[in-house]
Ligand binder design. Structure first.
Ligand SMILES: [Zn+2]
Length: 311
């Protein structure tokens, strides 16, 4: 049995014939280790990136076109940015920005590291390869009825967001064992009636129970049937999930173009080149003074002064 069929680094979509529910479950093993090996983050940051990677893979499996799901937690704390991107081809990459010298507690919550001031944002972007991106934003911290601040977990923030935006009950579970992350999304069928509520509640309880346990690699077709015992579980074929970075010298050059020649010229004069590193995979890129000059010469030739507004 190959690794994907055996349950490693794979995603399985499923539905229940006996309850108004469909779902997707994903397990990240070597892919997560590969994504993380380019970084050296505090443990709490690594844990949250793993959770975001599991969640992003689940959401990416629902994309109906060539697109990316980007999950970001943004604030002004010791970790002002956590970012995970996943594609419809089920590849993902991740990074965090951690302030130099920051001491992040091992058990730090998402909101406490990203935005201890309570003004953090959780941003979900769907960016199609062609067409306009769609963005949803929720607060990392919310007040309950008693006015107390509640810090949302990755699963809770996404559950609330998806339940509201899709107008159907959605639940998400995440669990980690060492370097391995497992995540599951369960969605109530939108057209299910009130009479189906007990059946929905029962499968939610079964999923809750399963995710409270430690886990082992297992072919998901069997694991799902075991988890949702007394239900008839139907599965789509397992799909591989991989770490992959889409960085390239072309993208680096495009980014430099956006920063602009005037801004970068002093750097070229001082160092004779621009050296940069991909934030996601650590790959080093170097742009020589000659290529830098060429980049903006080419740009000028294509877009003579005054023509920018016509682009
Ligand atoms: Zn890269």
């Amino acid at each position: 049995m190959d690794k994907v069929s055996a349950g490693y680094d794979q995603l399985t979509r499923f539905w229940l014939d006996t309850a108004p529910a469909r779902g997707v479950v994903v397990r990240l093993d070597d892919s997560l280790t590969q994504a993380m090996q380019h970084h050296d983050y505090p443990e709490a940051v690594v844990t949250l990136l793993r959770q975001l990677a599991g969640a992003a893979a689940l959401l990416a499996s629902n994309l109906k076109q060539s697109a990316q799901v980007i999950l970001q937690a943004q604030g002004t704390g010791d970790v002002p940015l956590l970012c995970v991107e996943a594609t419809d081809a089920l590849t993902f990459r991740l990074y965090a920005s951690v302030r130099e010298g920051a001491a992040v507690a091992t058990d730090a919550s998402l909101a406490s590291m990203v935005a201890p001031d309570g003004h953090g944002r959780f941003v979900l972007t769907i960016a199609p390869t062609e067409g306009q991106p769609y963005q949803g934003i929720v607060a990392l911290s919310q007040k309950n009825d008693d006015g107390e601040t509640i810090d949302g977990s990755v699963a809770r923030l996404l559950e609330d967001y998806l339940s509201n935006s899709q107008q159907t009950e959605t639940r998400m579970w995440l669990r980690q064992d060492g370097d391995v992350m497992e995540a599951m999304l369960l969605e109530r069928l939108p057209d299910s009636t009130d009479a189906a509520t007990p059946a929905w509640n029962a499968v939610v309880a079964q999923a809750e129970h399963a995710f409270a346990e430690h886990f082992m690699p297992f072919p998901y077709a069997e694991w799902l049937q075991f988890t949702f015992v007394a239900n008839d579980v139907k599965v789509h074929p397992a799909q591989a999930v991989k770490f992959a970075c889409s960085c390239s010298i072309e993208r680096v050059l495009n980014a430099l173009k956006l920063v602009g020649e005037d801004e970068l010229q002093p750097l070229i004069e001082e160092q004779g080149k621009i050296a940069t590193r991909c934030e996601f995979c650590g790959k080093a890129y170097e742009v020589s003074a000659a290529s830098f000059a060429e980049l903006f010469r080419r740009n000028d030739a294509l877009h003579p002064p005054g023509s920018q507004l016509l682009q």
